[in-house]
Design a protein around this ligand. Structure first.
Ligand SMILES: [Zn+2]
Length: 359
């Protein structure tokens, strides 16, 4: 009896498996970050269709291009708006009191990286309003939250970087006083200077201070998530993570960037580490090690983003090295792959070969 039905059972089972594999495959992201379209919207979308690119993470300028949005929608390409949070040179130019400060009292600035203090309520409210405006006007499929952390120029932090040279921010008077108010400590402005208060906090309440700094980031993400979903409930959220494993640089992922990845991963659809190997003097295998490390921390929605072209270095980044990064990024169970950037990939036919096999 069983023998008679066995072939049928096997057929049904394999069909079910194929269907489920197919649907998984269809939802896998193959994305590109794009800041300036190197070609017309029509040609760009046509090339993305050919390469199987199904998701675009774009600047405000591109997202505001109506023709681009229409063509992307018609092709079923999801468009995420890249949304910088605490990197904001324009806001700092208009109001210098917004500057984040390092523990030595200096402005949080390194090269082009300029950070706003994450505890300024007026600035946080303006960011939330801006996100709501963008989502109600442009109706993107997703918001890709960028510069959502404390200040550090991580792009310059290679494998042998001395953790003691990493900055400690934000330590401005607004953050210090916010912490004192939250914890109810008796440290009045009349009795102590900001430097004295900071010294006292770091000496006696370093863990609480650390948690407070993390909360400034985590609550900013939850405020943004709540705001954009109140306008457009199906808005997806992606978060750009600094590519540091839990134990790198003495745990700087938690103590310097203050990105609490396990907490943040519950609030967004994807956590996307910027695995920029060539810039950071890292191997292709490092990409997978980072993905695995994030997953071990409890992040089950990792979406690695890898580097395509040259940045900060002039030595060649070969198609073979890039191909190894593509393989490494997809080695573990991930939600897809994002490429930084389309501008770089568009002009490199050899590197395009590496992603042709993915679709
Ligand atoms: Zn501050």
């Amino acid at each position: 009896m069983m023998n008679r039905f066995l072939p049928i059972l096997i057929f049904v089972f394999s069909t079910l498996c194929l269907c489920s594999c197919d649907s998984t495959h269809q939802t896998e992201i193959l994305g590109v970050k794009c800041y300036e379209l190197p070609d017309s919207p029509e040609n760009t979308i046509a090339r993305w269709n050919n390469l199987g690119i199904n998701t675009a993470y774009v600047s405000e300028d591109i997202a505001e291009n109506l023709e681009f949005r229409k063509l992307a929608k018609a092709s079923g390409i999801d468009v995420y708006l890249i949304f910088p949070v605490f990197y904001n040179p324009e806001a700092l130019k208009a109001d210098s009191s917004l500057w984040a400060r390092t523990s030595d009292g200096e402005r949080a600035k390194a090269d082009w990286v300029e950070f706003v203090c994450p505890s300024r309520k007026d600035y946080r409210a303006s960011v939330v309003e801006h996100a709501k405006d963008m989502v109600s006007t442009l109706k993107p499929d997703g918001l890709s939250i960028d510069f959502i952390r404390h200040f550090v120029f991580w792009e310059m932090v290679g494998p042998n970087f001395d953790p003691n040279r990493l900055p400690d921010a934000c330590c401005c008077s607004n953050c210090i006083d916010g912490f004192i108010t939250e914890t109810g400590m008796a440290l009045s402005n009349e009795m102590y200077s900001s430097e004295e208060k900071l010294w006292f906090i770091q000496e006696n309440h370093s863990q609480q201070w650390q948690k407070y700094k993390e909360r400034l980031i985590t609550t900013m993400v939850s405020d943004l998530a709540q705001a954009v979903k109140s306008i457009k409930p199906d808005t997806k959220l992606n978060l750009h993570a600094v590519p540091w494993r839990a134990d790198d640089y003495n745990g700087a992922s938690r103590t310097v960037t203050c990105q609490n990845l396990p907490e943040l991963s519950k609030m967004v659809d994807y956590i996307s580490p910027m695995c920029y190997t060539h810039m950071l003097y890292r191997s292709a295998e490092w990409v997978d090690s980072l993905v695995v490390d994030f997953q071990k921390q409890g992040v089950d929605n990792v979406l690695p983003c890898i580097q395509v072209g040259l940045s900060y270095r002039s030595e060649e980044f070969t198609p073979e090295a890039f191909d190894a990064c593509v393989t490494s990024a997809r080695k573990s169970q991930v939600n897809g792959l994002v490429l930084w950037s389309w501008e770089m990939l568009a002009k490199d036919l050899k590197k395009q070969k590496s992603i042709e096999g993915i679709k």
